[in-house]
Design a protein around this ligand. Structure first.
Ligand code: IPE
Ligand code: IPE
Ligand code: MG
Length: 246
């Protein structure tokens, strides 16, 4: 009996091609230092800058990070405004650095809900880095997994296209990359919080107690080592997987 599609390759012992991260714990990191929460978000941006470098060094090809969720609008106005300002600032200041490092940037999420100055800055950054191939960086901003599935279904319905697993996957906001191999969530919570609901179907999960601003290379390598020890079975038996790998 064969499946309609051949099973995806197994990642045993290898570096994950696509790493996704829920960058959680900024607020608690700041509060512990008696700083305002926004100081945690600023420190968190520096962590992201470092993680991009580690991904390039270790041969990760795609990094997808959760920066602002559909639900984060529920936070105090002051914090939401500070995060939106930080995003604008990052688009101005970080893009030359990313471009220099060969990073291709995609900002993924509902742009219609953003302040009017952000979408043009996002488009300019994406265009500027469009030719880069060292690392694809997806920044999920005003993103929710449910929003993504609904917008994909709406797009298919609008064009009168049949709804299949393939067509829906192609209409999702991350259709330009394969599904994540490894998901890391920092900050100690063990939940998905409406991140990549469709794409995480067979992703290996790694939960770190470290708060995001304190996430370091040792902890990143611990996550990669844990991934390398996993056997990805995609529904098959361990024996079948071992036979395929042999
Ligand atoms: C994650 O850190 C960043 C965003 C959600 C924007 P938090 O701000 O959620 O930090 P904690 O979880 O309150 O510590
Ligand atoms: C998830 O973190 C969203 C981001 C990291 C952007 P949250 O802090 O918003 O998640 P919950 O509310 O604790 O589930
Ligand atoms: Mg949080």
């Amino acid at each position: 009996m064969t499946a309609p599609d051949s099973p995806p390759p197994c990642g045993g012992g290898s570096i994950p091609a696509h790493v996704a991260i829920v960058m959680d714990g900024n607020g608690r990191w700041a509060r512990r230092r008696l700083l305002p929460r926004v100081a945690g978000h600023r420190a968190g941006m520096e962590t992201l800058r470092r993680v991009i470098g580690w991904c390039i060094e270790r041969g990760v090809r795609v990094l997808t990070v959760f920066a602002f969720s559909s639900e984060n609008w529920a936070r105090p106005d002051e914090e939401v405004s500070a995060i939106l300002r930080l995003m604008g600032q990052a688009l101005m200041e970080e893009v030359p650095r990313l471009h220099e490092a060969g990073v291709r940037l995609h900002v993924v999420g509902d742009r219609s809900g953003l302040p009017p100055e952000l979408p043009p800055a996002i488009e300019a950054a994406e265009q500027r880095t469009a030719g880069n191939t060292r690392l694809v960086l997806n920044v999920c901003f005003n993103y929710g997994g449910r929003w993504d599935i609904v917008q994909a279904a709406q797009a298919l319905a609008r064009h009168g296209e049949p709804i299949t697993e393939q067509s829906l996957a192609q209409a999702l906001a991350l259709a330009h990359v394969s599904d994540p191999d490894l998901l890391i969530r920092t900050g100690g919570e063990q939940r998905i919080s409406n991140f990549l609901l469709w794409q995480l179907a067979y992703t290996e999960l790694y939960f770190s107690a470290r708060l995001w601003p304190a996430f370091d290379a040792t902890e990143f390598d611990r996550a990669l080592a844990a991934y390398a020890r996993r056997q990805r079975r995609y529904g098959r038996t361990p024996e079948q997987v071992a036979a395929q790998a042999a």
